[in-house]
Write a protein that binds this ligand. Structure first.
Ligand SMILES: *[C@@H]1O[C@H](CO)[C@@H](O)[C@H](O)[C@H]1NC(C)=O
Length: 325
C-alpha cells in the first residue's frame, strides 16, 4: 500500500523537482541590477563597467584613434575618435584649435550611436588612451565638457578610470567586433553657460582680491615661458594666472588621483582662499584640453560649481594681448 503510493508519488515528485529546477535556474540568472551599478561616475572602474554594462542603458564611447580601436576595444563600445577636427571639435576663427563644434553635429553623432534625449536613463562612459604628455587622458574630460555643451546632464557621463590600458590590465575582454548601432534622434538645447570668451577673461585678470582665480593647466615650463608651444604666439601665461598642470591629475598609469590629492593640488596652487562656495575659478590652457580636465575635476570630482572655462585659451589670448612671464 505504502509502496504503491510511493510508486505513484515518485513520478509526481520528480515532475515537481524538475519544475522547481527549471524555475530555479532563471531565478539564479535573472536580471538583477547589482546595487553597485546605481553609483555612476564621475569615474567608473573597469570592474564596475564589466559588471554593469549589461544591466544599464549604457553607451561606451571609445575616443582613441580608428587604428587603436580596430586593433581591439571593449565589447559593445563605439568609436568616435577625439581629434582636432572630429565629432568633438572644430577649428575656430583665427585657426583656433579644438573649439566646440556646432552642437547640431554633436547631436547627430550621439543619435547615430543610439543616444536619445530626453532619456535620462541612457548613460555614457568615455574611454581614452594613456600617454605622455597626458593628451590622451585629457580626451575624456574634454569630451565630457563637450557633452555638457550638447545638453547632456553631467550625471549621465562618466570616464573609465585608467582608460583602455586600465581595462586591459584588469583583464577586461577586448574584441575587434564592431557593434551595430540602433540610431535614434537626439536633440537638446546647447549649454554655453560654463564657457567664457576673451573679453570676459580680460575683464577679470588681476581680480584675486575679488575672489576670481585664473588657473593655467599647462606644464610648468610652458607656464613660465621657457617652452613655447606651437599654437601660442607668445611665451608665458595670461597675467595673474596661477599654474596647476593638468598632467598631475592622473597617476602614471592614467588612473585618476584621489579627490584629496586633487584638492591638495588646488590649494597648493591657488591658496586657501578658494572654496566651493566662494568666488569663481576660470580655467584655461593651450587650446582647451587641459582646461577641460580641470573643469571636469573641479566640478564633477571636487564638487565646485563656480568654475568657468576659457576655450580660446593661450592660443587666442596670445594673438591679442601680452603674456606674463
Ligand atoms: C620653468 O620651468 C621649468 C620646469 O619646471 C624649469 O626647469 C625652469 O627652470 C623654469 N624656468 C624659469 C625661468 O623659471
Amino acid at each position: 500500500m505504502i509502496g504503491s503510493s510511493l510508486a505513484v508519488l515518485a513520478p509526481a515528485a520528480a515532475v515537481l523537482l524538475q519544475a522547481a529546477s527549471t524555475v530555479a535556474q532563471p531565478v539564479a540568472e535573472r536580471d538583477i541590477t547589482p546595487l553597485a551599478c546605481l553609483f555612476f561616475g564621475p569615474t567608473v572602474s573597469p570592474w564596475w563597467l564589466s559588471r554593469c554594462q549589461a544591466h544599464l542603458d549604457l553607451k561606451v564611447i571609445d575616443l582613441r584613434s580608428a587604428d587603436e580601436y580596430a586593433a581591439g576595444h571593449i565589447p559593445g563600445s563605439f568609436n568616435l575618435p577625439f581629434e582636432p577636427v572630429s565629432a568633438w571639435s572644430q577649428m575656430g576663427p583665427g585657426d583656433l584649435l579644438l573649439e566646440m563644434p556646432p552642437s547640431a553635429d554633436v547631436f547627430a553623432s550621439l543619435g547615430a550611436i543610439g543616444v536619445s534625449n530626453p532619456n535620462p536613463a541612457t548613460k555614457i562612459v568615455l574611454v581614452n588612451g594613456v600617454g605622455v604628455p597626458a593628451f590622451p587622458q585629457a580626451a575624456s574630460p574634454r569630451v565630457a565638457t563637450t557633452l555638457k555643451y550638447a545638453g547632456i546632464s553631467e550625471g549621465r557621463v562618466a570616464v573609465l578610470d585608467g582608460g583602455f590600458p586600465g581595462w586591459i590590465s584588469e583583464n577586461g575582454p577586448s574584441t575587434t567586433v564592431i557593434p551595430t548601432p540602433s540610431p535614434r534622434t537626439y536633440t537638446a538645447t546647447e549649454d554655453r553657460s560654463f564657457l567664457v570668451n576673451i573679453d570676459y577673461v580680460k575683464a577679470n585678470i588681476n581680480k584675486k582680491n575679488k575672489g576670481i582665480f585664473l588657473i593655467d593647466g599647462r606644464d610648468e615650463a610652458v607656464y613660465n615661458g621657457s617652452v613655447l608651444e606651437d599654437w601660442a604666439l607668445k611665451a608665458g601665461h595670461i597675467p595673474s594666472a596661477v599654474n596647476l598642470p593638468a598632467k598631475h591629475i592622473w597617476n602614471a598609469d592614467g588612473s585618476w588621483k584621489s579627490p584629496l590629492e586633487l584638492l591638495a593640488q588646488l590649494r597648493g596652487a591657488v591658496g586657501y582662499g578658494v572654496s566651493r562656495s566662494y568666488g569663481q575659478i576660470i580655467v584655461y590652457c593651450g587650446v582647451g584640453g587641459y582646461a577641460s580636465s580641470w573643469y571636469f575635476t573641479l566640478t564633477r570630482i571636487l564638487g565646485f560649481d563656480n568654475v568657468v572655462m576659457y576655450d580660446g585659451s593661450a592660443q587666442e589670448w596670445s594673438q591679442y594681448y601680452d603674456m606674463e612671464l
